[in-house]
Ligand binder design. Structure first.
Ligand SMILES: [Zn+2]
Length: 422
């Protein structure tokens, strides 16, 4: 990088803003630190000679070039620091060739790198046949309200990348749907509770036995215990996108209910034993996943909410008839539609080639079950800044980025941006 000292000074300043979501204030929908951080970023872009837009401090944009639009989106908000840091999280610190600070890899450095790469492109004088729109998000970590606001104010480019994932790049992300199934309350058990969030495998569930609800022998068979008058089932948590890595605490509980004569056969068959063979559904992106992760009960009804991840290009509409065939009341809430960019198309290939030529590798595009800011675009790829083989401690204490990764990442973004400009 030509002007690394200037870059580092900007990074240091960006990092110094405690840009964690804070209570909204006038003209600061996500709190003052995020607003100040955004305004610093946009003022630097302006000083570099770019046109900038501030969407009422919900998000910002740096615009450069003319022609077909290409988007880039990152974010300046960060997750809370938590505990266990060895350095001050808001002071850029270098130790043995590794930089430390909250928001370093997620997502301030890659966003700054894209700005500097655009500046190099501008200064190079080469012909630019695209209109770059570098979108600066401010609410990626707590609700994407910046994206909702942008949707009201502008139309984002069809193609874009988000430097907020892994290298080489992710070209497909599964659709994420919450599916809730309801059925009548049971005869021998009540107050059924389990799970904390829908995107994590249920690792703890309880039920209150009514008269005749306790059979110690059967409970032992299903590894259930009795604690403070409650039947307790313990499992092992895992991310909702990888339920096979966990152990669902609801399964033995429902097997026990069935053994006690409750009418839960279809709940077990369809939600736990996958009688409809949902998890055999497959596209080139991989298998559909389905995990019943949350349960609660009101006066008359029990509801189990499941995390369902649909591989692109399959859609929820294709799956709905299967859910409806379970004989249980069903409701769905779409978190994210499945997304896939043409693997052999110009966009994926330009990004992939930038990565491979800088790294001298022959890497292939990745796909994922999670969700990144790339979904802000209709055809979006997440593209760096992390390497899967290295732990940047994202969302954790001692978030870091090795200097070597920062510099390599910069070269990759620069090559991608120069090639996209053609
Ligand atoms: Zn991020």
């Amino acid at each position: 990088m030509n002007n690394f000292n200037e870059y580092l000074a900007d990074l240091k300043k960006l990092l110094s803003y405690k840009s964690v979501f804070d209570k909204p204030q006038e003209n600061a929908p996500f709190g003052k630190p995020i607003k100040d951080c955004l305004n610093f970023f946009l003022s630097r872009a302006k000083e570099m000679g770019f046109e900038t837009i501030n969407y009422d401090n919900y998000a910002g944009e740096v615009v450069f070039g003319k022609g077909e639009e290409v988007g880039i989106i990152g974010h300046l908000d960060v997750v809370p620091i938590g505990i266990g840091w060895d350095t001050d999280p808001f002071t850029l610190t270098e130790k043995d060739g590794i930089y430390y600070g909250r928001g370093l890899a997620d997502d301030k450095t890659p966003l700054l790198s894209c700005l500097y790469a655009l500046k190099e492109l501008k200064d190079s004088g080469v012909a630019v046949n695209k209109k770059f729109r570098l979108v600066v998000g401010c609410d990626e970590e707590s609700g994407w309200r910046d994206i909702d606001y942008l949707a009201k104010k502008t139309t984002l480019p069809e193609y874009g990348f988000s430097p907020d994932g892994n290298f080489p790049l992710t070209y497909a992300e599964k659709g994420i749907v919450e599916v809730s199934f309801s059925f009548p309350k049971l005869k021998l058990f009540t107050d059924i509770k389990g799970g904390t969030v829908v995107n994590a495998v249920c690792d703890y569930a309880t039920a209150r036995p009514l008269d005749g609800g306790i059979d110690k022998e059967k409970m032992a068979k299903f590894n259930l215990s009795l604690e403070n008058g409650l039947i307790v089932s313990k499992g092992k948590s895992a991310h909702g996108s990888t339920p096979h890595l966990g152990k669902n605490a609801l399964l033995p509980l429902f097997e026990y209910f069935l053994s006690m004569g409750e009418d839960v056969q279809s709940v077990l068959d369809y939600l736990f034993y996958d009688k409809a063979k949902l998890c055999n559904l497959k596209t080139e992106q991989g298998l559909l996943t389905f995990s019943p992760d949350l349960i609660n009960q009101d006066e008359n009804t029990i509801t189990i909410t499941c995390d369902c991840r649909i591989p692109a290009p399959m859609t929820l509409e294709e799956i709905m008839p299967i859910f409806s065939s379970f004989g249980l009341a069903v409701k769905t809430k779409v978190r994210h539609q499945p997304m896939m960019v043409e693997k052999d198309g110009w966009f994926v290939q330009t990004l992939l080639n930038a990565y491979n030529s800088v790294m001298n590798e022959n890497a292939v595009p990745l796909s994922m079950g999670g969700s990144t800011f790339a979904r802000a675009f209709k055809k979006g790829c997440s593209f760096g800044p992390s390497w899967i083989t290295f732990d940047n401690h994202l969302h954790d204490a001692n978030e870091n980025l090795p200097k070597e990764h920062l510099l390599k990442g910069y070269e990759i973004y620069k090559k991608a941006i120069f090639d996209l400009a053609k």
